[in-house]
Design a protein around this ligand. Structure first.
Ligand code: CAA
Ligand code: FAD
Length: 380
C-alpha cells in the first residue's frame, strides 16, 4: 500500500489551499452573516477546473482522480463550507451522474457546460415528505408519449437558485414502486419551474438552499437518464460518490477548526504559560489530531477504491459517518479551546461548528449511513 501523494495530487492540494486563503477567506464572515452565495468565487473555481474535477477533458472536465478531489474538498472546506457544498454537488452528484449514466447527446449538451463551470447544477431528490425515506417520491413524471409532465415540490435543494440545470428524481409509475422512478434533466428556465425562498439556515449560510416547484413542466423523453425506471438506482449510485464529497467536506471543516485551535493554543497564555502547555488542552489537541487523521484516511481509502473501480459504497458511507461525527465534536472542542473568543464570529470556529452540523444530515443522515453500513455488514 502506497500512502505517498503524487506530484499532481500535491499540486492540486496546494492550488486549492491557495485559492481558499486568497479568494475565499476574505469576506467569508460577511457572506455567512448575510447568507450571500459566493457567486464570483464559484465562477473562479470553475475556471480553475474545480467544478468538474473528475470529468474527462473531452467533456470539459479536468480528468483528475477522486483522491485529488478529496484533497481539494478538504482545503476549500477548511475555509468556506458554503463554497465546498456547491463544489461537491456539482462534481460528485451532477457531473459524475451525467458522465456515468447520461447518453452521449446529454453529455455534449449539458455535461460540457457543467464540468467546465460555465453552468452549475443541482440534484433534486428530497421532498417535504421524502428525505431519508427516499423511495416515497410524491413528485410525478407522467408519461405522455414523447414527453413527461412533471408536477410536485422538491425541498432543501443546494444550488437551487444558482443552478442552470436540475437532475430531478420523480415517480412515473406508482404501481412499480421504486422501480417506477425516473431521473430527468430539467433546465431551470423551463416553463412551470418556480424557485422558492432561500432557507435561513444555522450553518453553510452562504449556500443557496431553496425549494423548487414544478407545475405541468414538459420534459422531452430524451432528457431521461438511463432506462425507464432507473431513477432510484441512479440516485443511490450517485449518492455513494456524493458521500465521499461530503465526508471530505466534514474532514475539511474539522481540520480547519483544529488548525485554528492549535495556533490559538500556542499564542494564548493563562496561568503564566501558553494554554497548549496545560495538559488538558494538549490532550484535546491530541484527540482532535487523531480523529482527523482517521477521517482523512477513510476519505482517501474510499476515493482510492472508487479510482480502482472497486465497489466503494460501504467505504463511502463509513467515511461520511465517521468524518461528520468527528467534525461535530472537533469543532466543538475548537470553540472550547478558544474560550470566550471562540464564541464570537471573528475567530471563525463558531461558524465551523455551525457548518459541521449539516454534514450529519445531508446526503443521508448518520442514521441512514448506519442503515447502509449495517446492511452491508449483515450481508457479508
Ligand atoms: N446502488 C444501487 N442500487 C441500490 C443502492 C445502491 N447503492 N442502494 C439501494 N439500491 C436499490 C436496491 O437494490 C433496491 O432495488 P431492487 O429492489 O431492485 O433490488 C432499491 O434501490 C431500494 O433499496 P432499499 O430497499 O434498500 O431502499 P430503502 O427504502 O430501504 O432505502 C436508503 C434505503 C439507504 C435509506 C435510501 O432511501 C437512502 O439512501 N436514503 C437517504 C437519501 C439521501 O441520501 N438523500 C440525500 C439527498 S441529496 C443531498 O442531500 C445533497 C446534499 O447534501 C448537498
Ligand atoms: P427525515 O428523513 O424526516 O429524518 C428525521 C430523523 O429521523 C433523522 O434523524 C433521521 O436520521 C431519522 N430517521 C429517518 N428514518 C430513519 C430510519 N429508518 N432509521 C433510523 N432513523 C431514521 N436534498 C436533495 O435532494 N438535494 C440537495 O441538494 C439537498 N441539499 C440539502 C441542503 C441542506 C442545507 C439541507 C438541510 C438538506 C439538504 N437536502 C438535499 C436534504 C437532505 O438530504 C435531507 O434533509 C436528509 O436526507 C434527511 O431527510 P429529512 O430532512 O426529511 O429528515
Amino acid at each position: 500500500m502506497n500512502f505517498q501523494l503524487t506530484e499532481e495530487q500535491l499540486a492540486v492540494q496546494a492550488a486549492a489551499r491557495e485559492f481558499a486563503k486568497t479568494e475565499l477567506l476574505p469576506g467569508v464572515i460577511e457572506r455567512d452573516e448575510h447568507q450571500k452565495f459566493p457567486a464570483e468565487q464559484i465562477k473562479k473555481l470553475g475556471e480553475l477546473g474545480f467544478l468538474g474535477m473528475m470529468v474527462d477533458p473531452k467533456y470539459g472536465g479536468s480528468g483528475m482522480d477522486t483522491i485529488s478531489y478529496v484533497l481539494a474538498m478538504e482545503e476549500i472546506s477548511k475555509i468556506d463550507a458554503s463554497a465546498s457544498v456547491c463544489m461537491s454537488v456539482n462534481n460528485s452528484l451532477v457531473c459524475w451522474g451525467l458522465e456515468t449514466y447520461g447518453s452521449e447527446e446529454q453529455k455534449q449538451k449539458y455535461l460540457t457546460e457543467l464540468a467546465s463551470g460555465k453552468a452549475i447544477g443541482a440534484f433534486l431528490l428530497s421532498e417535504p415528505e421524502a428525505g431519508s425515506d427516499a423511495t416515497s417520491q410524491r413528485t410525478t413524471a407522467e408519461d405522455k408519449g414523447d414527453h413527461y409532465l412533471v408536477n410536485g415540490t422538491k425541498n432543501w435543494i443546494t444550488n437551487g437558485n444558482s443552478a442552470s440545470y436540475y437532475l430531478v428524481i420523480a415517480q412515473t409509475d406508482i404501481e412499480k414502486g421504486h422501480r417506477g422512478i425516473n431521473a430527468l434533466i430539467i433546465p431551470k428556465d423551463t416553463p412551470g419551474v418556480t424557485v422558492g425562498a432561500k432557507e435561513n439556515k444555522m450553518g453553510i449560510r452562504g449556500s443557496d438552499t431553496h425549494s423548487i416547484m414544478f407545475q405541468d413542466v414538459k420534459v422531452p423523453k430524451e432528457n431521461r437518464i438511463g432506462e425507464d425506471g432507473f431513477g432510484f438506482k441512479f440516485a443511490m449510485k450517485t449518492l455513494a460518490g456524493g458521500r465521499i464529497g461530503i465526508a471530505s467536506q466534514a474532514l475539511g471543516i474539522a481540520s480547519g477548526a483544529y488548525e485554528l485551535a492549535l495556533k490559538y493554543s500556542k499564542e494564548r497564555k493563562a496561568f503564566g504559560k501558553e494554554i497548549m502547555n496545560h495538559q488538558a488542552i494538549a490532550f484535546k489537541l491530541a484527540d482532535m489530531a487523531t480523529a482527523i487523521e482517521g477521517a482523512r484516511l477513510m476519505c482517501l481509502k474510499a476515493a482510492w477504491q472508487k479510482d480502482m473501480h472497486e465497489d466503494f459504497e460501504q467505504a463511502a458511507a463509513m467515511a461520511k459517518l465517521y468524518a461528520s461525527e468527528i467534525a461535530q465534536w472537533v469543532t466543538n472542542e475548537a470553540v472550547q479551546i478558544h474560550g470566550g473568543y471562540g464564541y464570537v464570529k471573528e475567530f471563525h470556529v463558531e461558524r465551523l461548528m455551525r457548518d459541521a452540523k449539516i454534514t450529519q444530515i445531508y446526503e443521508g443522515t448518520s442514521e441512514v449511513q448506519k442503515i447502509v453500513i449495517s446492511r452491508n455488514v449483515l450481508r457479508a
